[in-house]
Write a protein that binds this ligand. Structure first.
Ligand code: NDP
Length: 279
């Protein structure tokens, strides 16, 4: 199975499908990573906050896949925003993962009330210029956060990772990112299997294509030119979520899934998250 690749605005290639590892316990990581690599995944999305960077790094090391075949993303946790702490905690993430560079490093939440994201991003720019990160970006940034960031810093973010699924398609943010060549990565692309995959529109399309509901939703994301990082610790689902490169959705089916949007955010509204709020 060949993964699609998205070219970031600095020319760096990023696999369109990666494995999200939020909530994957250390003791499961070896098996999950082995299953994912065997299925064809090469991109893995973790964060300092997830507490599993060490387990991921060690599982990847044991796999013997060459470093330059992998695409590893981690994120700066809210509590460590600010220029010096960003450098310090980037180095902790790097150490945890046992790597000497990251492919992508993201600011996890803007935490606008604390007014530290510009400084934090400047530290990312510094690390990028030193070659310790191949691409930099943000998560959970709304248009107003992006506008401020782009006005006050030099490098347009390569990625904005946001909550995105058929019930919450954030079309305004997607349009802004498309216009500025910022790649959108969808987190919670399957809406954590809480209702979306039983939606009759999705199950009907799945039946017609002889695919699973998850495969239909993931293919819908790819059709919108997004990067996706579905999480699963179930071997069958890990494989299923990567097995989406042998079909395309008809435009009428894409439009039908688009019409499911009801602006139903499941996670936190980024404007309501300040440093220390999330534990
Ligand atoms: P997802 O939408 O990826 O859903 C994961 C859930 O769906 C799990 O319970 C999983 O179960 C289940 N699932 C996975 N595949 C299937 C399938 N084929 N059929 C049915 N159920 C399935 O949600 P996440 O919130 O985990 O988002 C994905 C990733 O995004 C995270 O792991 C993390 O890397 C990133 N993220 C980033 C955030 C940010 O602020 N930047 C916030 C939240 C997530 P099981 O594992 O039991 O198979």
């Amino acid at each position: 199975m060949t993964n699609d690749v998205q070219i970031l605005n600095n020319g760096y290639p990023m696999p369109a499908v990666g494995l999200g590892v939020y909530k994957i316990a250390d003791e499961q990581m070896e098996e999950v990573v082995r299953t994912a690599l065997d299925a064809g995944y090469r991109a893995f999305d973790t964060a300092y906050f997830y507490g599993n960077e060490k387990a991921l790094g060690s599982a990847l090391k044991h796999s013997n896949v060459e470093r330059d075949e992998l695409f590893i993303t981690s994120k700066l946790w809210n509590d460590y925003q600010g220029y010096d702490q960003t450098i310090e905690y980037f180095n902790k993430s790097l150490d945890n993962l046992g790597l000497d560079y990251l492919d992508l490093f993201l600011i996890h939440w803007p935490c606008e009330n604390d007014q530290l994201y510009i400084e934090s991003y400047k530290a990312l720019e510094h690390l990028y210029e030193e070659g310790k990160i191949k691409a930099i970006g943000v998560c959970n940034f709304k248009i107003h956060h992006l506008e401020k960031l782009m006005k006050e810093t030099k490098i347009t973010p390569q990625v904005n990772q946001i909550e995105l699924h058929p019930y919450f398609n954030q079309q305004d943010v997607q349009d802004f990112c498309d216009e500025h060549d910022i790649k959108v990565t969808a987190w919670m692309p399957l809406m954590r299997n809480k209702g979306l995959l039983d939606d009759p529109v999705i199950t009907d399309i799945a039946h017609r294509y002889d695919k699973t509901p998850a495969q239909i939703v993931l293919r819908w994301h790819l059709g919108h030119n997004r990067i996706i990082i579905p999480k699963s610790q179930t071997p069958k689902r890990i494989k299923e979520n990567f097995d989406i490169f042998d079909f395309n959705l008809e435009l009428t089916d894409v439009a039908e899934i688009d019409s499911l949007n009801k602006n139903a955010r499941q996670g936190k509204d980024p404007d309501d998250v300040s440093i220390g709020d999330l534990k």
